[in-house]
Design a protein around this ligand. Sequence first.
Ligand code: ADP
Length: 344
Amino acid sequence: MSDKILQLIYTFSKKFKDPETNLTFEPRNSNISATVKNGNVNIFLMMNGNIQDKYKKILNLLKEDIEQIPGVISVNIALTSEKKSQKTEKKFNINAKNIIAVASGKGGVGKSTFSVNLSVALKTIGMKVGLLDADIYGPSIPRMMGVSKKPEMNKYKKLIPVENFGIKCMSIGFILDQEAPTIWRGPMVMKALEQMFNGVEWGNLDYLIIDLPPGTGDAQLTLAQNSKLSGSIVITTPQEVALTDARKGINMFKKVDVDILGIVENMSYFMCDNCNQKHFIFSKDGAMNEAKRFNVPFLGKIPIDKKLRQQSDEGRPCCIDDPDGQISRQYLSIAKTVDKLIIN
Ligand code: ADP
């Protein structure tokens, strides 16, 4: 009985949207939670911003709906809000005008490839760029950036990033021993990430691009809470399994108050040399529709391309190897949009 009531509650709640984030009130957006016991309903609605009146209207309408459900005896709806992280002191400090976290829900969707090419594209438009590989589970930036030597230490015992293609690179892989445990506990993640900021001689940067590990774990939260992130970019393929995880990432950034600069759709289509047609291997427009749903900018599409994969493997990013090619121009256009979004 309770399960049936719960189901009906969410059917009703889905009719309403959070006036601030435009997300519907449903469990997958984690902005509503409900319990039912012996016909007594308790609901918590997560409130964003300080406009209680708008939420109260939703609360009253939802209450009226739920009171009609057979078997419901009482309905109690409370508004909750999370403390914003702005006031917490930032412990990771570097001289970068902007810090952008590149995130994905799933591994293997092209987050590192994007981070590398975004960095090169920002450099192309005249920016001083640092690239930080924070992917504790599979650091791949050194290979993709053609960096093989390890960073040296200066006299202040700070690591000097290794530079290639005019980009300062630093990877968490440099400080991990090969046998490092694959399961990382919170304090270990915190310590390693802190070293990547305070223990590295980054100099002055216009942009620090951070290639995050996939998912929504300790590393993401640690960075959101301890560094001055200007915003995040979420990479996903158009496929539903990738989108489901990307959604979790978007919700996490919203919760910790990090701006989402936009969503990028990677492996959007395959352009066949033989038939000269686009093939939508991982489904079509999934990320674009998701961006609309979350009301965040859609930054662009990158096709699945054999040469792009080869260039990454060989340590010559597409934007370096073939700067005038179509895919490089797409990266460049995304970089320009990001730069505009940050300034505005
Ligand atoms: P993630 O950082 O999300 O784990 P990677 O950037 O490491 O993903 O990409 C995973 C693999 O897919 C790599 O071998 C990479 O070269 C390849 N890849 C990424 N994006 C593309 C693309 N658009 N076309 C072809 N190969 C790609």
